[in-house]
Design a protein around this ligand. Structure first.
Ligand SMILES: Cc1ncc(COP(=O)(O)O)c(C=O)c1O
Length: 392
């Protein structure tokens, strides 16, 4: 009998071990992991350096609460603010908490300026920001909202890449624009750079906040620590999670000073956010990612993967309609809704991929440490599956 709430479609295969880019099931079968726990284990499973750092910390301190100064927290915040356009960091444990923090900080900022009526947030259709009531109210996915009414008011949705619709939606109650620069759960759609540049110009001119959700697309996945650095558009708030802890629960909401000033003791908090274990892992992840050549490797191998996938798209035009995404955040859009088949048959053949967008998109989010040989293996498996679909 199953005692777990049925919130997920799970494969029956029990996974018991992970090493580098591979997972192993209880029978010892090896899987090439091109999902990485959904863009999370970016440095591979059980990375030895990170594991050693965590083991060291496990022996000295697990938890002491944010009523104390936590040296590893100060260090990680200092590093993140040096590496980004943000001035201050709020640490939490999951992407949705980073979303919550962002929404609260936006509202609190205008409240502290005596403009509490300026509390509405514009979000983009198809965006995904987590599963809390606030996050599903902000997000554009109908399925994640169904049956959870009443949702929060205060979110205005506009179509992606439609600057006119966004301009028309801005009112004297608008506080912020909150978006994923690359919509991931929504189907692997990078927003147009020209659109994002315009959004930045407009939000600046209107003195409203621009928040980027980089929970999935950030932390190295597109070849820089954050995707905004590739496109040179700086947000006022930046959320991150997933790869930040390489599988250890860790997330953050990074903000500019002028927004952080609105947050005073008692206005927000988290028991686990910023705890010594998570902070140690966060620093260790950065140690690895900031090594010379790390991001160059991501850029190079992602280019190789994209080329191979484009070749597949060329060869199987009857099956594949588009390859899209950036870096190692790639979607293969199918002409027929068979992504679930591709996912389960890949698993049989020892390759892990996932699906999004109503069974139409196969999502490829491998660890950032993959090499060409892993790309070749994965594309070989996909080739065989597309070949079979084309010929049946
Ligand atoms: C862009 C984005 N934001 C927020 C979240 C929520 O993160 P979490 O599942 O850690 O709450 C996700 C999760 O997939 C995400 O992709």
């Amino acid at each position: 009998m199953n005692h777990i709430v049925n919130a997920y479609n799970r494969f029956k295969t029990p996974i018991v071990k992970g090493k580098e880019v591979y997972l192993f099931d209880k029978d010892g079968k090896k899987y090439l992991d091109f999902a990485a726990g959904i863009s999370t284990t970016s440095l591979g499973h059980c990375h030895p350096y990170i594991t050693d750092k965590l083991k060291e910390q496990l022996g000295s301190l697990w938890h002491c609460s944010n009523v104390f100064t936590i040296p590893e927290q100060e260090r990680l915040a200092q590093r993140l603010t040096t590496l980004t356009c943000a001035d201050k960091v709020f640490f939490c444990s999951s992407g949705l908490e980073a979303t919550e923090a962002a929404i609260k900080f936006i509202r609190r900022y205008f409240y502290s300026k005596g403009q509490e009526k300026r509390n509405r947030i514009i979000t983009i259709e198809g965006g995904f920001h987590g599963r809390s009531i606030a996050a599903i109210s902000a997000g554009g996915n109908e399925k994640s909202r169904e049956g959870f009414a009443p949702l929060l008011s205060g979110f205005d949705k506009v179509p992606r890449n439609d600057i006119k619709a966004l301009e028309e939606k801005i009112s004297n109650e608008t506080a912020a624009v909150f978006l994923e620069p690359i919509q991931s759960e929504g189907g692997m759609y990078p927003l147009n750079v020209e659109y994002l540049q315009k959004v930045r110009e407009i939000t600046k001119a209107q003195e409203i906040i621009l928040c980027f959700d980089e929970v999935q697309c950030g932390y190295g996945r597109t070849g820089s620590l954050f995707h905004y650095q590739n496109i040179e558009i700086e947000p006022d708030i930046l959320t991150c999670a997933k790869a930040m802890g390489n599988g250890f629960p860790l997330a953050a909401c990074l903000v500019r000073d002028y927004i952080a000033e609105a947050i005073t003791p008692g206005t927000h908090g988290s028991t686990y956010g910023g705890n010594p274990l998570a902070m140690t892992v966060g620093n260790a992840v950065l140690d690895v990612m900031l090594k010379e050549d790390f991001f160059d490797h991501v850029k190079r191998v992602s280019q190789y993967l994209k080329e191979k996938l484009l070749n597949l798209a060329e060869e199987f035009q009857e099956v594949i309609s588009e390859i899209r995404g950036e870096g190692l955040l790639i979607g293969i859009e199918l002409k027929v809704p068979l992504a679930d088949k591709i996912v389960s048959q890949s698993l049989d053949k020892g390759l892990i991929v996932t699906k999004v967008l109503n069974n139409r998109v196969v999502r490829i989010t491998p660890p950032l440490i993959i090499e060409d040989k892993h790309v070749n293996t994965a594309c070989g498996v996909l080739y065989d599956l597309f070949f079979k679909i084309k010929n049946t």
